[in-house]
Design a protein. Sequence first.
Length: 162
Amino acid sequence: MDRVRLGRALGKGARGAARTAWEAIDAATTPSPTTPPTRTTRVPPEIQRPTYPKPPISQQPRRSTAETTYEVLGKSTGAIRGASRGIAGPLRNASRALWHELTGSFFALFAFSFVVGAWKWRTGIHGNAFEQRRFYFAAGLAALFLYFSISSFLRANRKPAQ
């Protein structure tokens, strides 16, 4: 297939997809024919304010780059928030839980190694002061890393805030 035929095929496909999207939007926004119409208060035509056409771009006041950037960033932030709620939210929650479980496993590994060290030096608790300090240091670090491990696993099982 040459470039021209490929471009035509892609163009027709894109136009068809856009047409389908517009029809879906129209179908979603039209009121249901089975529900009774709601009354809206309308202003009588003689009291309505006249609308004026927008002046051409050459006559419009210039906006600063900062104002335009702020407006664009505000709109894109809303899109990012919407995407994170709809699409990326479950992925973010799963990766957060996986990260906490991984760090909890590493903390448990360190805690286990300090427990082994404390078990090895338990006989010296009644001996000299150096062996005593070694045992208490290993036992304290084992307790600290065990706390880190348990708290990390508890955070992994916590429900995310909505």
